[in-house]
Design a binder for this molecule. Structure first.
Ligand code: AMP
Length: 282
């Protein structure tokens, strides 16, 4: 496996690969890799000649300085995992080169409501930061396909929109959420949970599963009220939002008229760790 830091070097290497007809699969990550990430790498390897993984804790998508400072950084271990899986290139850019001071950091893209609801509402500027880094990374890596997890369903919707609206020549491949055996969605943030919170955290997905079972049986409002109460029964759990929304527009729904398109989304503070999860209701 090759490790690149420089943007120019990475661009040139991959440009030559693409010119010689190789397909490039790309998995952008912020590191602290777990099986959710590794699954994306496996999928990319199955479908492409070359697989590139980027590891970059993108400062401009954090609206909370403490969250950025506490984000786990485990580059050595990540590299070993990627090597074992047969990833071809790991790209680890420097923040200074990704964001030279002179450059204005704004795409000026209108995402409609996609970046204003749920995560967008509670993490202002977050998706602007995500869209900017993904656009930059796509320009550098020039991937044939890029792999994203449904764990970050709203992010996936924003990226699909970015690709469509800018006509970017890349296929976005959504991949299923990978969970621990007890149902907790894998996340780099899980390592920050206390032992007792880690034991209770799978309760979030259990509630989402129950929401799926009851969807269509009782009103959306009643179901949401029940679900919030159930999650907050655990001491120290606070629901930031719990919504049922359309899988494309992400607009909240008030009835079950389009159940086949509905997704339940949740963000929960477990102590000071913020976890997100979602479930498709069909
Ligand atoms: P991150 O390092 O958190 O920015 O995530 C990098 C990529 O991995 C994103 O496309 C995430 O959606 C995806 N990802 C993170 N956790 C999971 C998971 N548990 N299952 C599937 N994909 C995931």
């Amino acid at each position: 496996m090759k490790q690149f830091t420089g943007i120019g070097q990475t661009f040139e290497h991959l440009r030559k690969s693409a010119e010689s007809g190789l397909s490039i699969g790309f998995v952008p990550t912020m590191g602290a890799l777990h099986d959710g990430h590794l699954n994306l790498i496996r999928r990319s390897k199955q479908e492409n000649d070359l697989t590139v993984c980027s590891i970059f804790v993108n400062p401009i998508q954090f609206n909370n300085k403490e969250d950025l400072a506490k984000y786990p950084r485990t580059l050595e271990r990540d590299s070993l995992l990627l090597e074992e899986l047969g990833c071809d290139i790991v790209f680890v850019p420097e923040a200074d080169e990704m964001y030279p001071e002179s450059e204005p950091v704004d795409l000026n893209l209108d995402f409609g409501m996609l970046d204003k609801v749920m995560e967008g509402k509670f993490r202002p500027g977050h998706f602007n930061g995500v869209a900017i880094v993904v656009k930059k990374l796509f320009d550098i890596v020039q991937p044939t396909r890029a792999y994203f997890g449904k764990k970050d369903f709203q992010q996936l919707a924003v990226i699909k929109y970015l690709v469509k609206t800018l006509n970017l020549p890349v296929e976005i491949v959504p991949c299923e959420t990978v969970r621990d055996p007890d149902g907790l969605a894998m996340s780099s943030r899980n390592t920050r949970l206390s032992a007792s919170d880690r034991n209770l955290a799978p309760g979030i997905y259990k509630v989402l599963q129950k929401v799926r079972m009851e969807a269509g049986n009782i009103s959306v409002n009643e179901l949401l009220t029940w679900a919030v109460r159930k999650i907050e029964e655990h001491p120290g759990f606070r629901v930031e939002y719990l919504e049922i929304a359309d899988n494309e527009t992400l607009m909240p729904v008030e009835n079950w008229d389009n159940l086949a398109r509905d997704v339940a989304f949740v963000a929960v503070f477990v102590g000071d760790v913020r976890l997100i999860d979602n479930i498709e209701l069909f």
